[in-house]
Design a protein around this ligand. Structure first.
Ligand code: NAP
Length: 168
């Protein structure tokens, strides 16, 4: 698969490395290189972002919440691109090396796009039954607003390598 990774920080490097290991044709874009990896019509844009605001120190606050999400903002900015929110509830290392028995969420307006992202997630090691489809992209609000609890858990557990398991 041809995949563009936007961002060369922790997540961008982690995901690009994993995708290359899996044999994908990966191109990485950063604002400094002027590389051309921006989304194009009909592409699936996998959004892993969190609306972190460090302007008032730590822990960060959310700068989008309740009745909007970064996922929805990205979708509005690229209306012809199919945005799927996922992986934002786990640390970068967990994204590509899942903790057995835990879950990951997908949010998006198009079933086919979510199915494609599901295949990508399975390539990362997420079992099919660990991937929970939360519905349309407005469900990204909940996954983004999980951040304050995630930060507290990290402090309590003393590690970022943890995840939640949903049981019924
Ligand atoms: N780290 C994690 O474990 C984790 C987990 C879940 C979700 N996330 C989310 O994933 C995203 C990336 O996280 P990260 O840890 O990789 O962050 P990071 O290490 O700070 O890297 C951020 C990347 O985004 C680029 N960037 C920032 N602002 C930009 C702008 N206005 N225009 C263009 N490029 C910009 C940076 O480019 P420059 O180098 O040029 O500044 C850098 O390549 C964030 O939204 C974060 O909240 C991270």
């Amino acid at each position: 698969m041809r995949i563009g990774v936007l961002g060369t920080g922790t997540v961008g490097r982690t995901i690009a490395t994993k995708l290359r290991e899996l044999g994908h044709d990966v191109r990485v874009g950063s604002r400094s290189t002027g590389d051309d990896a921006v989304p194009f019509p009909d592409a699936v844009l996998v959004d892993v972002t969190l609306p972190l605001d460090f302007s008032q120190g730590r822990p960060p606050r959310l700068f989008v919440f309740n009745d909007d999400s970064l996922g929805e903002q990205i979708q509005r900015a690229f209306p012809e691109t199919r945005v799927v929110k996922t992986l934002n509830t786990v640390n970068a290392s967990v994204m590509v090396d899942p903790i057995p028995g835990t879950n990951v969420f997908v949010c998006g307006n198009e079933e086919e796009a979510k199915a494609q992202v599901g295949e990508l997630l399975q390539g990362f090691g997420w079992p099919a039954d660990a991937i929970i489809d939360l519905g349309d992209l407005s469900s990204a609000r909940g996954t983004e607003m999980y951040l304050p609890l995630w930060i507290r858990l990290m402090g309590t557990l003393g590690t970022a390598r943890f995840n939640i398991a949903v049981v019924q």
